[in-house]
Design a protein around this ligand. Structure first.
Ligand code: G2I
Length: 458
């Protein structure tokens, strides 16, 4: 075990060294603040150190504990509390000048077993619920900016979900939860939060009516959270109009759990589309005056719920699993007004490339190689030609995912139709079979559209 731990530590340290390579990258929290919104991320408290912690602190001005404030976590046994993870998140936020979205007080899921499986009279259940709200909100009084007081109260058709609370207490459980939260921390903004309410439709109509009813009863509700668990290619066209109609009811709105999942593998085309869609969602919030901010549900693909719940899908967040920004990150930055210059005033996008050349197999006269071209600049590559010179008389005999020709010692690879576009941060890969005799030394230099690339051999 000790050896495994040491290895893990070494890996983490290496990742930590790699991250500052993007020194000129935009800072989302600063861009968002200049536009009058916050940009947040859900976090896992146990990961808030190293590169994960550094990116969380540097890029976001709001954090949401993904699990640490849920009832099942904070009160696993009746009357015995575990605040360790929640405390860690709130402390981290304060150390980094961030707001906290408290998530979540009353929810049908992730309840402790004693509550989910216990039988209580209606009066008892109501008291258990309001006591829970009071205890948790009081503990963090003055330190939580927004609370998701009630989470996911609706069915897909817009009717009330038959949760333990609804089934026993009726709709009034919602009013009681909000009143208890307001009494415990009058300064916190109190939200109701749900998924699949992002565009107009039966479920968001149900939320709209519910909020109207709550407002009519004088229930202290400040905002509506739209989770934004979206699927690539299916961002609702009505998102902005939907946010606006809720704002017009007299509540704040926020995108609270944004991710945009895709069928794996992620290709450059999908990542480019995802960039457009993260940008569009951010723009929708910016276009609605009462939209307070956007929270992504995990900022890195290494900390996302999607692969566990949707096998074969993923890549749903703005950073890859190695903490490198994906095109989606630049899409968010662009929506927030970034012009590709890191805020320095020079609007010229940067260009750059890195090539990885790897011989996959080699036999007496031939070999197979894979080449990956990464766009390390800030502007998209639309069509590419990669050139290199063979050091020891090799030649290309057959290629895939690119057309490769050779003249003398110089090889020229031109993109295929499907990998012509390489978004910033994205890459294209092609392969070929080659012939060699005498030696098979790897090429030491490549140019992409005439500009020299960094080279990594593997
Ligand atoms: O399901 C996605 C989100 C939908 N809206 C409400 C959010 O609270 C919810 O978040 C997810 C977390 O991101 C997951 O991390 O809620 C899940 C539970 O419904 C969380 O998953 C749970 C796993 O189911 C547990 O097995 C695991 O022990 O995470 C726990 C902690 O890692």
């Amino acid at each position: 075990m000790a050896a495994v731990s040491a290895l893990t530590a070494a890996t983490v340290a290496l990742v930590g060294l790699a991250a500052p390579a993007h020194a000129a990258d935009p800072v989302l929290r600063d861009l968002a603040a200049a536009k009058g919104i916050y940009y947040g991320t859900a976090v896992t408290s146990s990961k808030l150190s190293g590169t994960y912690g550094a990116v969380t602190g540097a890029q976001f001005d709001s954090i949401t504990p993904a699990n640490e404030m849920k009832w099942g976590t904070v009160e696993p046994n009746r009357g015995s509390f575990n605040w360790a993870g929640a405390d860690r998140v709130v402390d981290f936020a304060e150390a980094n000048g961030q707001q906290v979205r408290g998530h979540t007080l009353v929810w049908h899921s992730q309840m402790p077993n004693w509550l989910a499986n216990g039988s209580f009279s209606n009066t008892e259940l109501r008291t258990i619920m309001t006591d829970h709200v009071t205890t948790e909100v009081t503990r963090y009084k003055g330190r939580i900016d927004h609370w998701d007081v009630v989470n996911e109260p609706l069915n897909e058709d817009g009717t009330m979900r038959g949760s333990k609370f609804y089934n026993q207490l009726g709709e009034s459980y919602i009013a009681d939860a909000f009143r208890a939260a307001r009494a415990a921390d009058p300064a916190a903004k109190l939200y109701i939060n749900d998924y699949n309410t992002d565009g107009t439709g039966p479920k968001s109509n149900g939320m709209y009516s519910l909020v109207q009813r709550l407002k009519a009863q004088g229930v202290p509700i400040d905002g509506v959270g739209f989770q934004g668990h979206l699927i690539l290619g299916q961002v609702p066209a009505t998102l902005q109009a939907n946010l606006q109609r809720f704002a017009d009811l007299g509540v704040e709105v926020a995108i609270t759990e944004l991710d945009i999942r895709m069928t794996l593998p992620a290709t450059d085309a999908k990542l480019a589309q995802q960039k457009t869609e993260f940008k569009a969602v951010t723009n929708a919030c910016l276009a609605v005056a009462r939209c307070e901010g956007v929270t992504v549900w995990g900022f890195t693909d290494s900390d996302s719920w999607i692969p566990d719940v949707f096998p074969g899908e993923g890549a749903a967040t703005p950073y890859d699993a190695g903490f490198q920004p994906k095109p989606a990150y630049y899409g968010i930055a662009e929506a927030l007004g970034w012009t590709g210059d890191g805020g320095g005033g020079d609007p010229t996008p940067t260009t750059g490339c890195a090539v990885t050349y790897a011989v996959q197999s080699q036999w007496n006269t031939g070999f197979t190689a894979n080449v990956t071209v990464r766009n390390t600049g800030t502007s998209p590559v639309n069509g590419w030609t990669l050139r290199w010179t063979w050091p020891s008389g090799q030649s290309v005999t057959q290629a895939w995912n690119a057309t490769v020709t050779q003249s003398g010692a110089q090889a020229t690879a031109v993109n295929a139709a499907h990998n012509a576009a390489i978004a910033p941060g994205g890459s294209a890969t092609f392969g070929f079979n080659g012939a060699w005799s005498g030696g098979n030394t790897a090429p030491g230099a490549f140019t992409l559209n005439g500009a020299a690339c960094a080279v990594a051999l593997s």
